[in-house]
Design a protein around this ligand. Structure first.
Ligand code: KIV
Length: 279
């Protein structure tokens, strides 16, 4: 039986069961979140901040994302894998967007792409090519300078109306689901009710059809923990403890021990010693 979670299975959850989505950027964490049973793994350009140490997502390159996505795909068996298209890989022209999104599927081994903003024409063109698109509206981190910094989008009437209209336009263009980031709960509730496709919220309240989160934000690998996230475990503390213990044991010579060591057979050791003595 094919266990793989398809966009159809994700869509079928709307109104029935919340969709669980999370980011991953490498094979081991991809495998762990898959084993935990999430529905969708986003190979997010948040990697730029939480893995590569940039201040924003803007410097992330397509080739870097391809490497991350290939690694995730090697670790994942079941969850749907979505490729987050980095800044300026789909903005220049429809043709350029199609080419780059095609690489995400062909080379990145992803099953859909996520693009920020109401790029309706591009979404339509991608869907026509058979590339499923996850839309992303509200606070769109690649437009951080245009938006004037990290902020809630859709608090004022005009911006809220635009958000609702853009959501409808993306659904009409063929997006299979829509991420709503940092928008007032009342707006994401209205959009969730208006759309037939599922909404997946991050900092968008309780009424979306699912939630998405950056893995590193909920395990303490990126600090401070953003307001929209919850610290479920502090892996930072665990790694710190493990590396301090290791350092201490190296310095006090209690690591490595016999179980960590490989020995030669007496016979080979004897031969080597004899050969050394002849020199
Ligand atoms: O890059 C990312 O991780 C994202 C999510 C926050 C939706 O875009």
């Amino acid at each position: 039986m094919n266990e793989k979670i398809t966009i159809g299975k994700i869509q079928a959850k709307k109104g029935k069961e919340p969709i669980v989505a999370i980011t991953a950027y490498d094979a081991p964490t991809g495998a762990i979140v898959d084993e935990a049973g999430v529905d969708l793994i986003l190979v997010g350009d948040s990697a730029g901040m939480v893995v590569l140490g940039y201040e924003t997502t803007l410097p992330v390159e397509l080739n870097t994302m391809l490497t991350f996505s290939q690694a995730v795909a090697r670790g994942v068996k079941k969850a749907h894998i979505c490729f987050d298209m980095p800044f300026m890989t789909y903005h220049i022209s429809i043709e350029d967007g199609l080419r780059n999104c095609g690489r995400a599927i062909k080379e990145g081994c992803a099953e859909s792409v996520k693009i920020e903003g109401a790029r309706v024409e591009l979404v339509r063109a991608l869907v026509e090519c058979g590339i499923p698109v996850l839309g992303h509206l509200g606070f769109t981190p690649q437009s951080i300078h245009q938006l004037g910094g990290y902020r809630v989008v859709g608090k004022m009437e005009e911006e809220a109306e635009r958000l609702i209209e853009d959501s409808i336009a993306l659904e009409k263009a063929g997006a299979y689901a829509l991420v709503l980031e940092t928008v007032p709960e009342e707006i994401s509730e209205i959009i969730t009710k208006e759309l037939k496709i599922p909404t997946i919220g991050i900092g968008a309240g309780r009424f979306c059809d699912g939630q998405i989160i950056v893995l590193h934000d909920i395990i303490g690998l990126y600090k401070p923990t953003p307001r929209h996230a919850r610290l479920y475990r502090d892996v930072h503390k665990d790694i710190l403890k493990a590396v301090r213990e290791y350092s201490n044991e190296v310095r006090t010579k209690s690591f490595p021990q016999n179980e960590n060591i490989t020995h030669l057979t007496e016979e080979i050791l004897k031969k080597i010693r004899e050969s050394r003595n002849k020199r």
